[in-house]
Design a protein around this ligand. Sequence first.
Ligand code: NAI
Length: 331
Amino acid sequence: MRVAVFSSKPYDENHLIQANKHNHHFSFFESHLDETTVALSQGFDAVCCFVNDTLNADVIKHLEDNGIKLIAMRCAGFNNVDLEAAQKANITVTRVPEYSPYAVAEHAVALILALNRNIHRAYNRVRENNYALDGLMGFDLHGKTIGVIGTGKIGLAFIKIMRGFGCTVNCYDPYPNPEITPVMANYVGLEKIWTDSDIVSLHCPLMDATNHMINQETLAQMKDGVTLINTSRGGLIDTGAVISALKSGKIGNLGLDVYEEEAELFFENNSNKILYDDQLARLLSFLNVIVTGHQAFFTAEALTAIAQVTLNNIDGFTEGNFDTIFQVNAE
Ligand code: NAI
């Protein structure tokens, strides 16, 4: 297969080349796939894409015209792919459903601990020879109530860690996970998640039902000073409502690894450019907010697994072994 890899970084290149046991021909493009770059797919059989590539109906039509037969996503989420358009174009879509749930769950916990104990502020203070503790007081995690939305692979890994801290866990998922026993967590309605949680952590996919699930109304039901963590997808949160809740003190701590408008910013060094996104600039002005640039997945173990499963999907597609690949279909 001739595979055009979009949004490619040196670490993607290294891991994909190492996992390429069947001599597929890879070309690596740093640019995102979108309407302006889709012409680069000419002469290839497959495209390999990531979270901020645009695979809407227009782009997919171009891919079809260019003879692309496979969209191999090297991530779990596929909310950026128009699956119906892909099906119509007879293009197979694959993804990597699981690579390291621990990577993302542990990053969510890292955000909680950093925010709660003000590690980011302490780090800066100590470097300036300032050892004053005022403003750094945290709270014990032990005994706190955690609300987990989405109890798939990452939600489950997160719940296990939080139980280790001695937290009570309430969770919500329209499709409860049989691995979660009442000893670990209680399935409850969303309302109880909002009203009872000291910390809310999002681990569900972005889709119509979950778009802006954190909004003015749901925030109003939460405890004053709630900690909100989002390592899933930016669109789960209405950023304007969250900024208002930070200003009023309703949100006490906010940890984001994803941001609704991240596509133009994340994964790039923009340090010599002006930040034009006023909402992100406002978020970054709060001392009780930590934003990381979609790095929750970024561990050595996860990158190795992503490359292996992506290659397995490409191999299986090439050989017609559709039962060995992780295919995504339109509903
Ligand atoms: P998963 O598919 O194992 O679990 C997702 C869970 O969400 C499922 O149990 C599903 O039933 C549930 N769900 C579906 N609709 C829901 C709703 N309306 N409300 C609540 N829950 C609902 O997925 P996994 O691997 O646990 O990943 C979760 C999310 O994490 C992904 O969708 C992706 O957006 C995000 N992610 C973020 C990464 C990062 O680097 N920040 C890396 C990998 C995934």
